[in-house]
Design a protein around this ligand. Structure first.
Ligand SMILES: *[C@@H]1O[C@H](CO)[C@@H](O)[C@H](O)[C@H]1NC(C)=O
Ligand SMILES: *[C@@H]1O[C@H](CO)[C@@H](O)[C@H](O)[C@H]1NC(C)=O
Ligand SMILES: *[C@@H]1O[C@H](CO)[C@@H](O)[C@H](O)[C@H]1NC(C)=O
Ligand SMILES: *[C@@H]1O[C@H](CO)[C@@H](O)[C@H](O)[C@H]1NC(C)=O
Length: 246
């Protein structure tokens, strides 16, 4: 085995505050044939069991395998496996929602995380030449990103009033303990110029919009966790509606 010839250097990066995971350390490697360091992103679509990390497949030749582990940062607790989900597999851990059949993305699923706890995740790419690791630290609170609401339905109540109704994302399993808030966005064109309007956040799952008769709108909804941490980045697919003429 060539493990003894592994040549790995650790580069310490400074902590960059941000609402996504912090990159703490990167293990950089000195040869081109070593696998590229995986570019890892982690997010929590539902507390406590819906936390995923993903990264693009770095190379297929030479074949690369991945080892994904995580641990609590400040206690010397046991290292746990982050359950690997290869590209293209349809796992129940991957929420359906608006997800593109995410071509070459690897995922891994982290079980049962605690709040207010610093975690370190280590995604290591391994090929016959050597290995490269991406180490990221995060707290659950900082990476909460609910999936978009589902079943968005629109029904005109008159030529000027549109009722919009939706259901919470099914991946957000603890609505009673951690309620969600929602934002609405609707877009239309006025003489060729795109216009848009945002409403919310609010907690109810329906709203009546005042619109213009005969005009066509695209309506989308997104979910925020109650404190409104993070921004509304993941909108439901647009629903198109043309208001009746009066
Ligand atoms: C989260 O996962 C753990 C272990 O898999 C399970 O015991 C627990 O009931 C799950 N919690 C929820 C809210 O689904
Ligand atoms: C939006 O949510 C879907 C699941 O519904 C998820 O697969 C996707 O990664 C999310 N996109 C962003 C940009 O967060
Ligand atoms: C999802 O698919 C749409 C259209 O197929 C594409 O425009 C968009 O860039 C994709 N998003 C991601 C995150 O791959
Ligand atoms: C990351 O994981 C790899 C593979 O398990 C291991 O060899 C390496 O020592 C780990 N790095 C750190 C800093 O824990």
């Amino acid at each position: 085995m060539a493990w003894s010839s592994l040549f790995v250097t650790l580069t310490l990066l400074s902590c960059i505050p941000g609402h996504n995971a912090l990159d703490l350390l990167k293990a950089a490697t000195a040869s081109n044939n070593l696998p590229a360091i995986p570019a890892v992103q982690c997010w929590c679509a539902g507390y406590p069991n819906q936390t995923l990390c993903s990264w693009p497949e770095t190379s297929q030749s030479p074949p690369t395998q991945y080892i994904a582990t995580y641990s609590e940062r400040h206690t010397q607790s046991a290292t746990k496996q982050c359950h690997l989900i290869p590209p293209g597999s349809s796992s129940s851990a991957l929420s359906s929602g608006s997800s593109n059949s995410s071509g070459q993305l690897w995922h891994c699923h982290l079980g049962d995380l605690k709040l207010l706890t610093d975690y370190i995740i280590n995604i290591t790419a391994v090929n016959p030449v050597g290995s490269s690791s991406h180490l990221t630290s995060f707290m659950l609170e900082d990476i909460v990103k609910p999936d978009p609401p589902i079943d968005v339905r629109v029904s005109p109540r008159s030529s000027r009033k549109l009722m919009v109704v939706w259901s919470p994302p099914p991946t957000w399993s603890n609505l009673d303990i951690f309620p969600l808030k929602y934002q609405i966005q609707y877009q239309w064109e006025n003489r060729g110029t795109p216009q848009s309007m945002h409403l919310g956040p609010f907690e109810r799952t329906r709203i009546e919009l005042g619109l213009t008769p005969g005009r066509t709108y695209l309506v989308q909804v997104c979910a925020l966790e109650l404190l409104g941490l993070g921004e509304c980045s993941n909108w439901s697919s647009p629903v198109k509606i043309t208001m009746p003429k009066s």
